[in-house]
Design a binder for this molecule. Structure first.
Ligand code: CAO
Length: 424
């Protein structure tokens, strides 16, 4: 079966997490992704947080599956010449260098257009145009400047970073959509274009409901927030703890063994349409008709006490027992799953969302497969490439360079130390 992006070739200049997330998705959809890496070093994450000596780290292997790797010193004149050939042979260049790095390398947008007017150039930066446009940015910085940190955590504590990598992976996903959209437009326009995604913007996009609340707060207290009715509201959105971001109140409640198990909790949504069922399940049938509890508006000022009562019920069940009972009554809820439980979940393995991959150096490892399932373009996750593993085949088979030329490039040092690859 063919793949959705078969025939699309990506020149992948990404590193660390944000850009590699994007190109990994494109590779899973069938694009030929050629990762260009600095000779001898490669993507810095190959060596970061290493758990197996001399093997590519999980940080790298989990973000670079289904890609090919070529090592190329793009500051070396021979390396630059190879890069020019690659630009001519590819459809999309993706990069997340620090601002200005591609220009400094000699590959401005104008230059790339001269070489290949159909090329789409996609970039991730920390910020869009403005006072911070030249700043380098990492995940947690993006969470702070995009509005996530100020709205995450509890009211009486400091701003908090979330474990979901919304700055890096979140921006990568945004960029991938921009790329396929630009590829679609190219089928009509025949031209490439630039696709820019800033990490601040992507995080803010994911924090859209908080900008909603920033405007609502001008009209009075945010009644679904835990600060209501006894706390105070300032002039900006406060941290909402575990309150639901939507119109249905929710909270994290203790379950059986919470004293010893840090994840013995359940997320409970007190959804209005199933209020009667909630009252029945927790043994509070009188709340169904009591005017203090019968309507969502009446419940809002009492949410803390209501959740405390519901928690007396959840604390008597394991999170899985509680989930089963509540779900049977159509009450929205979910157990707080530990990473261990997720890693061992048979249904996630079966759906291909968690996959076990074999690697020649490090042995088998788990990774998150493609969370987006296409019925006509199923994803088969393949291991990440070794540094420069495909240098020879890319020079020969893709760029059609002859052996003397390859030898010259090699002698110039543009491919690094790991070779010879030229035929003897
Ligand atoms: N050959 C030769 N040189 C190469 C090369 C190659 N194949 N690949 C990269 N380089 C060079 C770059 O040209 C750059 O050189 P100059 O500084 O002389 O222009 C240099 O390597 C370093 O690249 P960099 O600036 O991207 O890396 P850094 O460690 O200084 O910064 C980071 C890292 C992530 C802070 C920065 O890239 C950044 O802000 N990126 C944009 C935002 C982003 O994606 N952040 C998320 C990071 S976590 O996913």
């Amino acid at each position: 079966m063919g793949k959705a992006l078969e025939g699309i070739r990506i020149l992948d200049f990404t590193h660390v997490q944000s850009g590699p997330t994007c190109t990994q998705l494109l590779a899973w959809f069938g694009a030929d992704v050629i990762k260009v890496e600095k000779p001898g070093v490669g993507d810095v994450t190959r060596a970061q947080l290493r758990d197996v000596a001399n093997a590519d780290s999980l940080y790298f292997t989990m973000l670079n599956s289904n890609k090919r790797s070529i090592t190329l010193d793009t500051k070396n004149p021979e390396g630059k010449a190879v890069l020019e050939e690659l630009i001519k042979s590819c459809d999309v260049l993706v990069e997340n260098f620090a601002p200005g790095a591609l220009d400094r390398m000699g590959f401005s947008w104008t230059r790339i257009q001269e070489l290949n007017p159909r090329m789409i150039v996609a970039s991730i930066k920390g910020f869009g145009p403005g006072p911070y446009q030249d700043h380098k940015v990492y995940e947690n910085v993006a969470q702070c400047v995009g509005g996530a940190a100020s709205t995450t955590g509890f009211d009486d504590g400091p701003p908090l970073i979330t474990g979901a990598q919304i700055g890096d992976s979140g921006t990568g996903v945004h960029l991938a959509l921009g790329i396929v959209t630009a590829l679609f437009q190219r089928t009509v326009s025949g031209r490439g274009q630039r696709v820019d995604a800033a990490m601040q913007d992507a995080v803010l996009n994911l924090c859209r409901v908080k900008l909603r609340d920033q405007q609502r707060i001008q009209q009075g207290p945010l009644k679904e927030y835990p600060q209501y009715p006894h706390g105070t509201f300032g002039d900006s959105v406060p941290r909402a703890g575990n309150a639901s971001g939507g119109g249905q109140p929710g909270w994290i409640l203790k379950c059986k063994n919470w004293e010893t198990d840090p994840n013995a909790y359940i997320y409970f949504v007190a959804q209005a349409p199933v209020w009667d069922a909630i009252c029945n399940v927790i043994g509070k049938n009188e709340w169904i008709t009591d005017p203090d509890y019968a309507t969502p508006a009446a419940r809002l000022p009492r949410l803390k006490a209501i959740f405390a009562t519901i928690e007396e019920w959840t604390a008597s069940k394991t999170k899985f027992e509680a989930t089963a009972i509540l779900s049977a009554h159509n009450i929205p809820c979910g157990p707080i799953l530990s990473m261990k439980e997720i890693a061992e979940d048979p249904s996630l393995r079966k759906s291909g969302t968690i996959v076990e991959i074999d690697h020649p150096v490090r042995g088998s490892y788990l990774t998150v497969g493609n969370p987006i399932k296409l019925s006509d373009s199923p994803t088969v996750v393949e291991r990440s490439p070794l540094l420069g593993e495909h240098t020879g085949e890319i020079l020969r088979d893709l760029l059609k360079l002859d052996e003397p030329r390859i030898r010259n490039i090699e002698m110039s040092g543009a491919l690094g130390e790991r070779f010879p690859i030229a035929a003897e």
